[in-house]
Every structure is written in structure tokens, then in C-alpha cells.
Design a protein around this ligand. Structure first.
Ligand code: PMP
Ligand code: GLU
Length: 395
């Protein structure tokens, strides 16, 4: 049966983040007390004013298809948000609202990519970029980074990776999984490279923009010379803790918007109508309305950094955004733990699930076999308990 599936499908694997979370759930259903630090999903409810707007939308009868690319009112609010938070000028004709940032990204990839086109992806990358590019039968070109550069690429590396086949560059800042945040100057130096290659498009995934601690988030589209090359991705899943509501959006050149609209019109018709009305309320609000969540994430970040220091063998830098730490675990690899040699980060992550009942995600999901992703979008109590367990099994 399997070989009857499309080549496109056979090319890709299941999402490792989602698979790990499903595995944790399986353990829980079997009666194990698992602490799930695998999925990148805030544990807060969405803000009350957003919930209220959604309930009102139901009462007011927003039950039908919306325009394919989203309600005009929401597009206007998104344009205001882009200007207020990012100093980016977009008009409603440059916006598409989709079923999560995930759909927003695949819409753009399907719009642009042909077989064998090259897509440059700095590693560690968010798990789905690689798989989506493969799904489009294009070629991922990975730029490796390392902890000593805070997992960020240099302009020279970018320049070297570009070939006549390069169509696209895709990255996230703040980054999932490393928590690294590119500064204004770092983005400027990358923008100078892209300026020399106006045929290359850039997907800038900024879904963690508000979850940013010491530095301020900068959008790469701010540099006028490359503004027309950039597709800015954002959504409500992370900042508003609305993962299940499935609202993502893009700000982009009109020709990209029209193409995403065409795809969406055939594939999904539109994003959920009630969630779009709720999004109007969420995005109209000043970001200080969600600061209480960001403060909590920052406290948790500091907590996990303190806790991990107490366990020998992990090597960790300080992430400045998102809600993950991405420690190096190579000192555990090749060692015998509980009678079994741990060969790679997949086995290390499985070991932690089986012996400590703590779910994490192997760095291999993100293109770095020496690391492990631990999400701290969980309560402080759970975080403390998870690290106590990890320490116990590793000692
Ligand atoms: N980009 C990144 C970097 C993410 O971490 C996520 C979270 N799953 C997404 C995109 C997709 O988000 P959404 O829930 O809006 O589809
Ligand atoms: N983005 C989240 C994560 O990285 C949610 C899972 C997913 O969409 O892959 O864990």
C-alpha cells in the first residue's frame, strides 16, 4: 500500500514535536505521571477580553465563510499591529489570514517553490520548515550554527550558501528551538546580502516576537532595500496562548498574497470565522495586555537555567526569547545509562521519558543531533519536579 502514496508524501516524516507529545499522552493514558516539556504550547488560557470577543461573535452570528484571505476588519487591525509593533507598513491588500502560521508558511512555500529549487535554512530550525520544503520537492540547504555563536548565522555563511538555484531563505527570530534573537545589526548585515540577490525571497517567522526578554525584537522587513523580498509570518498561537484557535497571518508583497489567496480558496476557503473576530480584539490590544504572560515565561526561563546548572553534563547558553532551552547533551552520548548505551539525542530523549517520565524533544528534530529541546511553557512546579527527576536519573 505504502508505495501507492505520492512521492511528495513519502519524502516527509511525521512532526517529531507532535509525535513526542502524543507519546507523552500515551504514557499518561497508561497511568504514568509524565511531565510534558515537549510541545511548544503555553499553559495559560487566552486573555479574558479575547474570550469575551469570541463569545460575542457567536451571539452576533459570525457563522459563515469569511472572505478567503480573511475579514477586511481583521486585515486593517493586522496592518495597524504591524506598524505599532514592528514599524512595518502594510496595506490590507498585503495581508492573508490563515489557519495558523503553519498554513501561512505552507501557502507561501507552495506559491514559490518548484522541484529542485534550493531553500536556505539555518539550523537549528523549527521542525516543520525542513519537512514542508521536502513536501514541495525542493532542496533544503542547511547552514549549521553552534552554541558559541548563539546559534545564529553570519552574513558570510549566507553568502556562501547562495547559488543560482536559491529561491528562498526561511528562519525564525526569536528562534524555535534555540530561543536566540537576532539583533537589529545582525539582521542588517543579512539584509545587505539579500539586497545583492533581489530574486531571493525571505520568510521571516516572527510568531515569538512578543516572547522576547532582554532584547527587542526586530523584523527583517524593516530594511527598505529588501522589504519587497520579505514575507513576515505571525500568529496568535504563542503570544495569546491560542494554539487551538488556529489563526496565523502574513504581511507580504501583493503578488504573494494573491497566490496564497488562490491556494487557500481551493484548500480551506478561509480561517475560522469566530477566531478571526477574536483576533481583531487580541491584535487591537496593546502588547502590555499580555505582559503578565511574558513576565512568567522570563521567570521560568531563569528558573530552568538555574536548575540545569545543577546537573552535570548539560551545556546551555542563555536564550533571549521563545520558551525553550536547547542544551547540548553530547556528554551523555556513548555513555551507559541504566545498562544501555545512549547512542544519540533521540535515545537520550526517550531515556528521559522512560526513566524520569519527562517528555522533551530530541535536537535531531531541529537539525542538531547534539542537543535536546526542553519547553518551559509549563508551570514552575512542574518545571522544578521535571528537573528533580532528570537530576535523579542522571546521577
Ligand atoms: N513557526 C514556529 C517557529 C512555531 O514554533 C510554530 C508553533 N507550532 C509555528 C510556526 C506554527 O504556529 P501555528 O500554531 O500558528 O500554526
Ligand atoms: N510549534 C510547536 C513546537 O515546536 C508546536 C508543535 C508543532 O506545531 O510542531 O513544539
Amino acid at each position: 500500500m505504502k508505495n501507492r502514496l505520492s512521492h511528495r508524501l513519502q519524502n516527509i516524516s511525521y512532526s517529531q514535536t507532535i509525535a513526542m507529545s502524543a507519546k507523552a499522552r500515551e504514557f499518561i493514558n497508561k497511568g504514568y505521571d509524565v511531565i510534558n516539556l515537549s510541545l511548544g504550547e503555553p499553559d495559560f488560557p487566552p486573555p479574558n477580553f479575547v474570550l469575551y470577543a469570541a463569545k460575542k461573535a457567536i451571539d452576533e452570528g459570525h457563522h459563515h465563510y469569511t472572505p478567503v484571505s480573511g475579514y477586511f476588519e481583521l486585515k486593517k487591525v493586522i496592518c495597524q499591529k504591524f506598524y505599532r509593533d514592528n514599524r512595518l507598513k502594510y496595506t490590507p491588500s498585503q495581508i492573508v489570514i490563515s489557519t495558523g502560521a503553519k498554513q501561512a508558511i505552507i501557502n507561501v512555500l507552495l506559491s514559490l517553490l518548484n522541484k529542485d529549487d534550493e531553500v536556505i535554512i539555518p539550523a537549528p530550525y523549527w521542525v516543520s520548515y525542513l519537512q514542508m520544503v521536502k513536501f514541495c520537492e525542493s532542496c533544503p540547504v542547511i547552514i549549521p550554527t553552534g552554541m558559541k555563536n548563539n546559534f545564529k548565522i553570519h552574513p558570510e555563511q549566507l553568502e556562501k550558501a547562495i547559488t543560482s538555484k536559491t529561491k528562498l531563505f526561511i528562519f525564525s527570530t526569536p528562534c524555535n528551538p534555540t530561543g536566540s534573537v537576532y539583533s537589529y545589526d545582525e539582521l542588517k548585515s543579512l539584509a545587505e546580502v539579500f539586497k545583492k540577490h533581489p530574486e531571493i525571497m525571505i520568510i521571516s517567522d516572527e510568531i515569538y516576537e512578543h516572547i522576547c526578554y532582554s532584547k527587542k525584537h526586530t523584523s527583517i522587513a524593516i530594511f527598505p532595500d529588501i522589504y519587497h523580498q520579505v514575507i513576515t509570518i505571525n500568529g496568535l498561537s504563542k503570544a495569546f496562548s491560542m494554539t487551538g484557535w488556529r489563526i496565523g497571518y502574513i504581511g507580504a508583497p501583493e503578488w504573494i498574497v494573491q497566490s496564497c489567496d488562490k491556494i487557500q480558496g481551493q484548500m480551506t476557503s478561509c480561517a475560522n470565522s469566530i477566531a478571526q473576530i477574536a483576533a481583531i480584539s487580541a491584535l487591537s490590544a496593546h502588547p502590555n495586555k499580555i505582559e503578565y504572560m511574558i513576565k512568567k515565561f522570563e521567570r521560568r526561563r531563569n528558573l530552568v537555567l538555574d536548575l540545569i546548572k545543577e546537573i552535570d553534563g548539560f551545556q546551555c547558553n542563555q536564550p533571549n526569547g521563545a520558551f525553550y532551552i536547547f542544551p547540548k547533551v553530547s556528554s551523555f552520548l556513548g555513555k551507559k545509562l541504566y545498562g544501555k548505551i545512549i547512542q544519540n539525542s533521540d535515545e537520550f530523549s526517550e531515556f528521559l521519558l522512560e526513566k524520569a517520565q519527562v517528555a522533551t524533544v530530541s535536537g535531531s528534530a531541529f537539525g542538531d543531533n547534539e542537543c535536546l529541546r526542553i519547553s518551559y511553557a509549563s508551570s514552575e512546579n512542574k518545571i522544578v519536579e521535571a528537573f528533580t527527576r532528570i537530576k535523579k536519573v542522571l546521577n
